[in-house]
Design a protein around this ligand. Structure first.
Ligand code: SDX
Length: 433
């Protein structure tokens, strides 16, 4: 095997009295895997793992997660370092290009984001067609897919001008998100400005109005940069794997990302930040007694899950939730807007971390538990929280689409299955059924 992650070590597997060998893969952080790509050819057996909890779908150079030690890094840089020292645009460049930008590269990338900030006036009229209270994630997914209509060259040559396509998407998704909010409250859209940074521009497009100029608060801009950075990428989560899967059929970037947005919408995934906020508001409205929710979550007969807790990979604290919790305190103090939901969230976290049910299952707060409290303090409506997750995750989706396209030896992703349905049976005409 040509690649340097094959060490020459081999695993042995014994089936029906015969021993087979399979190569071992070792990642740059020491993760080990058995390459089963020849398993079926050698043994006629498939490997089985519904939900893919124990199988690697690819090798990747983008993000590393250590679920046991609570480690997360993008292209080798620790998440805390990036959140503390970078802007979201710098991290978007890191994820999509592979290295942190020089001043010149950053200036050129920021210029592209400015150049692509507007959406076609015809697209603004699309908003008139959505019924009031349309789900923002439905609007975002369809508007991103609709961008393909304005850039037909992309469908013909999906991999060409990828830097321009990426910058265009990162900039326009921000504009679409803000415009969809303005449209949902019946206010005129606020156009992007070239004199504002990525996050300041978003906030201005969201909250500026012809009758009351929006006063940009640099602490809020800094908090939004951190939130978007923390959501930037997370290796093969459900929505990123969706982008890779759809892209593997040689579908263009925008349609692949549109599919990822739909996956992220789910309450078990990115939709959890909205579910957390709804749960905290219910607890608050009920007098603050969160114990009923904890007991519901522990009841095996009840499908209710405590949103914002647990993770497929992290079996200790999600490193992002620490940083978000700290940022919560900073933003609420600066805005002098104490939020009773933050106190409830902290009490709930404290109770859960002492409860055997959660401790035995390694259920800790994840990225979604505290993020909504900051979005709420900034003035972003709960219905837009998962859209904010998508804004942050977009550079990660783009990076994985590019990596899949360049390094997946061009094959379409197509898992197998184990059939457990009825055996062959003779056809029965409808009158005899
Ligand atoms: C994100 O994958 C990523 O990287 C995702 C993400 C990213 O950045 O892309 O990190 C973003 O999606 C974070 C997760 C947001 N979702 C939630 O907060 C929803 C609540 N959490 C769960 O539904 C759950 O924890 C998942 C979906 C996050 C993980 O599910 P798993 O890995 O399939 O865990 P599981 O269902 O096998 O649960 C193991 C046990 C079960 O109990 P037992 O059957 O062993 O008795 O833990 C229980 C579960 O019932 N459990 C919970 C729980 N999460 C798991 N019980 C109560 N409340 C919860 N939140």
């Amino acid at each position: 095997m040509a690649n340097n992650y094959y060490t020459g070590e081999r695993a042995e597997i014994k089936i029906d009295g015969k021993t087979y060998e399979l190569p071992i893969v070792v990642g740059s952080e020491g993760e080990k895997a058995i390459d089963i790509r020849t398993l079926r050819d050698q043994t006629a057996y498939l490997a089985f793992d519904n939900g893919y909890a124990n199988v690697g779908s690819c090798v990747s150079k983008i993000t590393y997660i250590d679920g046991e030690r609570g480690i997360l890094s993008y292209r080798g840089y620790g998440i805390a370092d990036l959140a503390e020292n970078c802007t979201f645009v710098e991290v978007a460049y890191l994820l999509t290009h592979g290295s942190l930008p020089t001043r010149e590269e950053l200036s050129e990338f920021s210029g592209m984001l400015n150049r692509f900030a507007m959406i076609h006036e015809d697209m603004i009229r699309f908003f008139d067609g959505y019924p009031p209270n349309s789900p923002p994630m439905a609007i975002l997914s369809s508007m991103v897919n609709s961008l393909c209509s304005f850039y037909p060259e992309m469908t013909a040559n999906p991999r060409e001008d990828i830097d321009e396509m990426s910058a265009r998407l990162i900039s326009k998704v921000r504009t679409i998100a803000a415009f969809s909010y303005k449209n949902s409250i019946g206010h005129p859209v606020v156009y992007p400005r070239h004199d504002l940074s990525y996050c300041a521009n978003f906030l201005n497009m969201m909250f500026d109005s012809p009758v009351k100029p929006y006063e940009i608060n640099h602490k809020v801009v800094s908090a939004l940069n951190k939130l978007l950075i923390l959501h930037g990428d997370h290796e093969q989560n459900c929505s990123t794997s969706t982008v890779r899967m759809v892209g593997s059929a040689r579908v263009n970037l925008y349609a692949s990302v549109s599919a990822g947005i739909s996956a992220l919408w789910g309450p078990l995934h990115g939709g959890a930040n909205q579910a957390v906020m709804n749960m905290l508001e219910e607890i608050h409205a009920g007098g603050g007694d969160f114990r009923r929710y904890v007991e519901k979550a522990k009841d095996p007969k009840d499908s209710f899950r405590l949103s914002g807790f647990g993770h497929r990979v992290y079996k200790t604290h999600d490193p992002r939730s620490w940083i978000i919790k700290q940022t919560c305190d900073e933003v609420l103090a600066d805005l002098k807007s104490p939020d009773p939901l933050l106190s409830i969230a902290k009490e709930l976290e404290e109770a859960v971390l002492k409860d055997d049910y959660f401790v035995e299952r390694n259920l800790y707060p994840n990225v979604d538990f505290y993020s909504g409290i900051i979005y709420r303090a900034i003035g972003i409506p709960t219905s837009m929280f998962t859209v904010m997750f998508a804004l942050g995750r977009l550079p990660g989706w783009i990076a994985h689409w590019k990596e899949m396209w360049d390094e997946s030896d061009g094959r379409i992703s197509r898992p197998r299955q184990i059939y457990i349905g009825p055996l062959s049976r003779p056809f029965v005409p409808i009158d005899q059924r």
